[in-house]
Ligand binder design. Structure first.
Ligand code: GGG
Length: 364
């Protein structure tokens, strides 16, 4: 959080629904934000464009106006929906969310993976902290023709000490905070560092080394005193995630591993439709559901709004609206646990985006 004392009079939030179901779930989340804030707050939503569909119409995926609105101090924060980037190269197109994260230096993608409070069975309560600015996502690729006429493609993977240090610091700070609210817990919060340094000993080796150093020496010794650190090779991490997900607490990973393990972890808590994230930098935050644009169900009114509502709650919490964020989370949990009849098809129900949103609004 970078605002412990929010301006309690006004809140201006940018809405960037982008493609597909983003255009259904972001309006749902904005309705919940509107309902949870005290009526005395002057709430202003600023609608901003981005996306592959926009690129197809205008030749621009991320308009300057959208970037400027996020950079010029006029917004307190923003919500992003989802993009439909194609799986093949399209001349002149580049993913707007990847660009936005880079341009705003939103260096952490924080992804809580949780079972709802009140659900039966062993609770899963983990946070995946994904590095958001480098790794293979620098998209430095090239293709060369070989003498025999076949082609070979290369991608450069960047892991810097600076980016590794700040993502590790973010992860240990999140662990410290979790430790503070869990005063009765017998064990200290645990940060699992995910890497593959047995193979990629230079790049992942650097990530691992920096994480270890942050643990040992960061926050003037507070991390070493008040948290624990563990490490997992990414393949073994996936295995353990499937076998014993309840044992994980905070996990920190380079960009691509973080993306893959968090989509996988979503399957453990029902569906991708309930997993939220916040893209966090030192001065700005964008809430964003982990799911994509789901073209197969776009426009049908059945997209699950819960990931976006939870992302909006993460955004509000970052902006210092902690009580309101907690009310949103509690309302979502109640709907998940008590209203299986209302849930959307990704969770096995026959419900709709509007039906789930109405139920969350009722329980706020
Ligand atoms: N809200 C996450 C999202 O839209 N994911 C889809 C995705 O990752 N697309 C690739 C991209 O355009 O970055």
């Amino acid at each position: 959080s970078f605002a412990s004392m929010p301006n309690k009079n006004a809140l201006t939030i940018g809405l960037i629904p982008a493609d597909g179901i983003g255009r259904e779930v972001i309006p749902a989340a904005s309705r919940v934000i509107e309902a949870v804030l005290p009526s005395s707050v002057k709430l202003n939503f600023v609608h901003l464009d981005a996306g592959f569909e926009l690129f197809q119409k205008t030749g621009v995926a991320l308009p300057e106006a959208t970037v400027k609105a996020c950079l010029d101090g006029s917004l307190d924060g923003a919500m992003f929906g989802s993009v439909s980037s194609p799986s093949h190269k399209v001349e002149g197109y580049s993913s707007p969310i990847v660009a936005l994260r880079k341009k705003l230096d939103l260096y952490a993608n924080v992804r809580p993976v949780v079972t709802p409070v009140g659900a039966s069975g062993k609770a899963i309560d983990m946070v995946i902290v994904r590095e958001n600015t480098e790794c293979l996502y620098i998209k430095s690729e090239k293709i060369e023709k070989n003498a025999d006429g076949t082609r070979t493609a290369y991608a450069t993977r960047k892991i810097s000490e600076t980016a590794s240090r700040r993502i590790a610091t973010m992860a240990f700070n999140i662990a410290l905070k979790r430790g503070q609210v869990r005063q009765n817990s017998a064990s200290l919060p645990l940060v699992t560092v995910v890497h593959k340094s047995n193979v990629l000993s230079i790049t992942d080796g650097l990530f691992r080394e920096v994480c270890l150093d942050v643990f040992k020496n960061g926050a003037e010794g507070a991390f070493a005193a008040k948290t624990r650190m563990d490490e997992q090779l990414v393949d073994s991490m996936v295995y353990r995630l499937f076998r014993e997900p309840h044992k994980f607490d905070v996990c920190v990973a380079p960009n691509l591993y973080g993306d893959i393990i968090s989509d996988g972890a979503a399957a453990l808590v029902g569906s991708l439709g309930v997993v939220a994230s916040a893209n966090v930098g030192d001065t700005f935050c964008i809430g964003e559901p982990v799911h994509g644009s789901a073209p197969d169900i776009a426009g049908k009114g059945i997209a699950n709004p819960i990931a976006s509502i939870r992302s909006a709650s993460m955004l509000l919490s970052h902006l210092g609206w902690n009580a309101e964020a907690a009310r949103m989370d509690a309302a979502v949990d109640k709907v998940l646990v008590e209203h299986a009849d209302l849930l959307t098809p990704d969770l096995g129900g026959k419900g709709t985006t509007d039906g789930v949103t109405a139920a969350v609004l009722k329980y706020l």
